[in-house]
Write a protein that binds this ligand. Structure first.
Ligand SMILES: [Zn+2]
Length: 299
């Protein structure tokens, strides 16, 4: 099933396909997309159009206004496509309302026969916003996200769970740098966290990209006569992966080793940085991998 479930937008009228709320959504969507509303939506009217919107066409010399007659069809209940019989007298309706184009705004898809009919018109342009095209805009643009949250809150919640963003607990996004090249490891999503110690005293903690950066830092550590053990940072990006790491840190590492001040500070920045990434729900994939423990013992 698609991420965006348009059936969240209610069908208030008895006739399927007609919905005041869906027309308001279409108006706000098209305005957000850059059109200007000229008319509608009007409650209960049957004027052969749901909305009229205008587009400003900017040429090198000429600036023209282009008017679209908008037809909204909300067929999520049956899931049927919008066919020829659902869109009567298209050319007449466009001309009656002094428009130059026809714009179908559909929560399903247009049928092939309707598309062929529209392609056959010489005198008018057409555009179709079907469920895929609408959905793409909703989660690919900052303005679209606002509409998504407002009109389709359940879908939005699910989308957010599956596409996690760092939480807003800090004023801005925390960064955790590779101690060799300076790249933000929280953005990369992987790397190593190395504890470098001698006689159970941690002299240094570093974070680094896997591979070359880690090897360079490891060589420095060996030159200093320190030994190291390390954790994979990719595990800390998942809520339960982070918790398991934090508990291991508490139960094992911190009870076995003493840390100098700079190592304590580095460790705090790792905890703070990853906490922002994991203070959220688990995605489905994460839940399959890490489970959903029912008790402290099960973590
Ligand atoms: Zn690096």
């Amino acid at each position: 099933m698609s991420i965006v479930n348009f059936s969240e937008i209610p069908i208030e009228n008895t006739e399927e396909g007609i919905s005041d709320e869906f027309e308001l959504f279409a108006r706000d969507f098209l305005e957000s997309y850059g059109f200007k509303t000229i008319a509608g939506p009007d409650r209960g009217s049957d004027l052969g159009r749901d909305l009229i919107v205008e587009e400003q066409l900017e040429g090198v010399v000429n600036h023209q206004k282009f008017r679209w007659l908008v037809s909204c069809k909300h067929y999520t209940k049956s899931g049927k496509s919008v066919g020829i019989n659902d869109e009567n007298d298209i050319q007449d309706r466009v001309q009656t309302h002094d428009c130059q184009g026809f714009l179908g705004f559909y929560s399903t898809i247009p049928s092939n026969s309707l598309k062929r009919k529209l392609e056959g018109f010489d005198s008018i342009e057409f555009e179709i916003f079907d469920k895929e095209r609408i959905s793409q805009y909703l989660f690919r643009s900052a303005d679209g996200i606002k509409l998504f949250e407002r009109y389709l809150p359940d879908s939005f919640r699910k989308y957010n769970t599956e596409n996690p963003r760092p939480s807003n607990i800090y004023e801005k996004e925390f960064e955790l740098r590779c101690d060799h090249c300076g790249k933000n490891l929280l953005e990369i999503g992987d790397g190593v966290l190395a504890f470098c110690e001698e006689d159970n005293f941690v002299e240094e903690i570093y974070t680094a990209c896997k591979g070359k950066c880690d090897r360079v830092l490891q060589n420095h550590i060996k030159e200093k006569g320190l030994s190291d053990h390390w954790d994979q940072l990719s595990n800390l990006k998942r809520p339960l992966g982070f918790l398991r790491w934090a508990l291991k840190l508490h139960d094992h590492t911190l009870s076995k080793y003493d840390l100098n001040e700079s190592s304590k500070k580095k460790l705090k920045s790792v905890v703070a940085g990853y906490f922002q990434q994991v203070s959220r729900n688990q995605t489905n994939q994460e839940r399959k991998r890490d489970g959903q423990p029912s008790s402290l013992e099960a973590i």
